[in-house]
Design a protein around this ligand. Structure first.
Ligand SMILES: [Zn+2]
Length: 198
């Protein structure tokens, strides 16, 4: 078996690495893992070569479900801020269990951390960090109710970097410790079952 080779010329790859504006009229490139497409000259982080897909023009990229980069605006396409923020929120929804920072989010969404922070807050009413925390707590609550996983494992399963941090945040937002919450929940369930049996 031959190793998988990228199906585009080396000069295109070089143009991407060098952010060569001379190629902006020749092709655009999409990154499969983020679903965003860019001009060769875009200053966003250089993707892995195997994740790159070359497009002749923006129409082709759009047809395949790629979205224009907010930073380099291929062919002048503008991404409405609301849509951009919703895309980022959607990305968080499926990646919340990974280590996430504002810089990383800015990186994958091709915007500056400052702009991301401000836009996200304006559209969603909370900062990206608060959004991530809320989501992690929701998932943790669900795991406390439906699984027998130890508290430490629940914390890391939903993306908290440390158990003490998870416990502190949980207590602050939910008014109870994770184990206290679980016990109270199980008690309520048991009571309900008894009532149903009577
Ligand atoms: Zn770009």
């Amino acid at each position: 078996m031959n190793p998988k080779k990228a199906d585009f010329p080396y000069e295109y790859w070089k143009a991407i690495i060098d952010c060569d504006a001379a190629y902006d009229d020749h092709f655009l490139y999409g990154v499969i893992t983020t679903g965003i497409f860019c001009r060769p000259s875009c200053k966003s982080r250089v993707p892995k070569k195997e994740n790159v897909k070359i497009f002749k023009n923006a129409m082709k990229a759009l047809e395949e479900g790629f979205r224009p980069c907010k930073r380099c605006k291929p062919e002048g396409l503008n991404v409405p801020t609301e849509e951009w923020v919703e895309q980022i929120a959607g990305w968080i929804d499926t990646h919340y269990s990974e280590p996430l920072t504002l810089n990383k989010l800015a990186d994958i969404s091709h915007g500056s951390p400052y702009h991301l922070q401000r836009s996200f807050k304006r559209v969603k009413g909370i900062s990206p960090t608060e959004y991530i925390q809320r989501l992690r707590l929701e998932k943790a609550t669900w795991l406390l109710e439906t699984s027998e996983l130890p508290i430490t494992e629940i914390g890391s399963a939903v993306g908290f970097s440390s158990t003490p941090y998870f416990m502190t945040l949980f207590k602050r937002k939910m008014g109870n410790t994770p184990s206290g919450y679980r016990n109270a929940y199980l008690k309520t369930q048991a009571l309900e079952r008894e009532e149903n049996e009577e």
